[in-house]
Design a protein. Structure first.
Ligand SMILES: NC(=O)c1ccc[n+]([C@@H]2O[C@H](COP(=O)([O-])OP(=O)(O)OC[C@H]3O[C@@H](n4cnc5c(N)ncnc54)[C@H](O)[C@@H]3O)[C@@H](O)[C@H]2O)c1
Length: 313
């Protein structure tokens, strides 16, 4: 049994990672400020501490353990929201990483896994993007995440082995269905379930790489075992291109009622389209996404609306 620290433990991804670690018999200490996460999400058995990762006083309150690794997953996770308060975004997404790295060093924890994002890339040519592509983030969110990646690089010289997971669009059971500004699949599905209407802010031709939550948890755990050696940044996606229009049609087909759609407006900092080249993580860890979009969406709809178990004829 090992001890782990997981930040963002009340959120979609953090709760799933913590649950998997606990399920494998490990001890997990979780931190969350409950801004977008929910106490009910925190898996049972997790030692929970409420606090802000960008708050220095948090670190004196954290239980002193021999943490085998820190999974830093907390953060404001919407490009759109980062335009509301860029300073807060910098604190939650960059300063938090710096303080956690300092904590890792002081507590002799040598493994650090970081939830970065595809948003560090910005607009790219229409082909799967590899980790060595130029980074030109279009949102304050992407800038903060990229800064964190660089902090991790610098801390490697102090012996902190790290992996940055450039996560593409994650979806699946457990995603926040209340926040209509965060998460592409959850936003459209929540609108459809609540209003029987989807308002798309932007073109239906935009495209994304949609990756299922269980596959993302697998990637975190596989990279923890592999977080050494020179390669430290990994795309985590499927390499499959799905347009917004295609996604919406799939959602509509899975629901047992009619859903109307309006395309109108735009979102600040939105990227037109991106898909992941995932050959590096596959080569180095053997990881690959296993759950296809149809299967994953079906599971998510069943979770969000248990009565919608079958497709509409
Ligand atoms: N969901 C995605 O598609 C996606 C894609 C790329 C990257 N990511 C990254 O993965 C991470 C998790 O995303 P998610 O979808 O689970 O979002 P989420 O909002 O469900 O989870 C984030 C959690 O972190 C907590 N939190 C936020 N700021 C904090 C802070 N400063 N200190 C302590 N707790 C804080 C929130 O309360 C929440 O519980 C984020 O860092 C996000 O940027 C997510």
């Amino acid at each position: 049994m090992a001890s782990y620290l997981v930040t963002g433990v009340a959120g979609f991804v953090g709760a799933a990672v913590a649950a998997r670690l606990l399920g494998a018999g490990h001890e997990v200490t979780g931190v969350d400020n409950l801004t977008t996460g929910f106490r009910e999400n925190i898996p049972s058995g997790c030692v929970f501490l409420q606090g802000n990762c960008q708050d220095e006083t948090l670190y004196a309150r954290l239980p002193q353990r021999d943490y085998a690794a820190i999974y830093h997953i907390a953060g404001q996770s919407s490009g759109e929201i980062s335009f509301d308060d860029p300073v807060y975004d910098l604190q939650t997404n960059a300063q938090s990483t710096l303080l956690l790295l300092k904590f890792a060093l002081n507590s002799k924890c040598r493994r650090f896994l970081y939830a970065s994002t595809m948003s560090v890339y910005g607009d790219q040519p229409d082909a799967p993007v590899a980790e060595d592509a130029a980074t030109n983030p279009k949102s304050f969110y992407g800038v903060g995440k990229l800064a964190s990646e660089h902090y991790l690089r610098i801390y490697r010289q102090y012996g902190i082995e790290s992996a940055c997971l450039r996560l593409f669009n994650i979806y699946g059971p457990g995603q926040n269905m209340e926040n209509l500004r965060q998460g592409m699949v959850s936003i459209y599905l929540a609108q459809a379930l609540k209003n029987r209407h989807i308002h798309v802010k932007g073109s239906g031709e935009r495209y994304r790489d949609l990756v299922y939550i269980d596959d993302v948890v697998d990637a975190f755990l596989m990279l923890e075992r592999a977080a050494d050696g020179p390669a430290r940044i990994y795309n985590v996606g499927t390499s499959v291109r799905t347009t917004v229009g295609e996604l919406i049609e799939k959602i509509r087909k899975l629901l047992p009622f009619e859903v109307s759609v309006k395309y109108d407006g735009s979102t600040p900092g939105d990227m037109f389209g991106i898909t992941a080249d995932c050959r590096k993580i596959a080569r180095e860890t053997g990881w690959q996404a296993r759950v296809g979009l149809n299967e994953g969406l079906q599971r998510m709809v069943t979770w969000a609306m248990p009565s919608a178990s079958g497709q509409r004829q």
